[in-house]
Design a protein around this ligand. Structure first.
Ligand SMILES: [Ca+2]
Ligand SMILES: [Ca+2]
Length: 206
C-alpha cells in the first residue's frame, strides 16, 4: 500500500514549472538558429541529390535515344540529345550553363583516356614540349582521345554532363560550394546498336 500525502508531490511545483518554461525559452533561443541552419542544409542537400538524380536519368534517356541512330526530323542527333536532357531535367538545369559532351571512342577502355605522352618533368600532366603520341594526327596533344559526336552503328559513345548548381541560400555557399555553386557531374558510356544492319536480316551465326 502506498501512502501518499495529499499535495506532497505538487509541493513547490508552480515555481518549478515557471523555471522550466523559462529555461526552455532560453534553450530554444540558442537552438533555433541551429535548427534553421540544419533545415537549410537538408533542403540544399535534398535539391542537390534531386538534380543529380535528374541529370543521371536525363543522360540515360539521351543515350537510349542516341544508340538507336535515329535522325530526328529537322535537326541533328546531337541537338535531339541536348533537347532530351533539357526536357528530362524539368527546367532545373539551365542548359546555357550546363556542359553536355558526347564523344566517340575506339573501345570502352579508351573512354576519358588522353593521348600517351612522356612526362618529362614528372608532374603527372602533359606540358607543351613533352613528347606525345598524336593518335588522331591533329598535331596537338589531346587530353581526351574521344571524338565529338554521337557515333555510327556499333560505336562506343560516352555522354557526359556537368552543371554548376547554384545553391539556393548564401549560407550554404561557403560550406559546400564554390562561388555559391556546387558542381554536379554525371556520365554514361554505351555501345550504339548495329542499326546499319537491315531489320529482319538474320543475326550473325543464326
Ligand atoms: Ca609533364
Ligand atoms: Ca592529337
Amino acid at each position: 500500500m502506498v501512502l501518499r500525502r495529499p499535495g506532497f508531490l505538487s509541493f513547490g511545483r508552480p515555481a518549478l514549472v515557471e523555471n522550466q518554461r523559462g529555461s526552455s525559452l532560453v534553450e530554444f533561443a540558442f537552438a533555433a538558429p541551429l535548427v534553421v541552419l540544419m533545415l537549410i542544409a537538408i533542403i540544399e542537400f535534398g535539391m542537390i541529390m534531386f538534380v543529380s538524380t535528374l541529370m543521371e536519368s536525363a543522360l540515360r534517356d539521351a543515350a537510349r535515344f542516341g544508340i538507336t541512330g535515329q535522325e530526328p526530323e529537322g535537326g541533328t542527333r546531337l541537338e535531339q540529345i541536348i533537347a532530351i536532357v533539357e526536357d528530362r531535367t524539368i527546367g532545373l538545369v539551365d542548359m546555357a550553363d550546363a556542359k553536355v559532351e558526347v564523344r566517340v571512342y575506339p573501345t570502352f577502355g579508351d573512354v576519358g583516356r588522353g593521348e600517351a605522352f612522356v612526362d618529362g618533368n614528372g608532374n603527372g600532366a602533359y606540358d607543351p614540349g613533352e613528347t606525345f603520341t598524336d593518335e588522331n594526327g591533329n598535331g596537338a596533344h589531346d587530353a581526351d582521345v574521344g571524338e565529338a559526336g554521337a557515333g555510327e552503328a556499333g560505336s562506343i559513345v560516352a555522354y557526359r554532363m556537368e552543371y554548376a548548381w547554384p545553391l539556393r541560400t548564401p549560407l550554404a555557399g561557403p560550406l559546400i560550394g564554390e562561388d555559391g555553386k556546387f558542381v554536379l557531374k554525371s556520365a554514361i558510356a554505351v555501345r550504339n546498336e548495329p542499326y546499319d544492319q537491315a531489320i529482319g536480316a538474320p543475326a550473325p551465326g543464326g
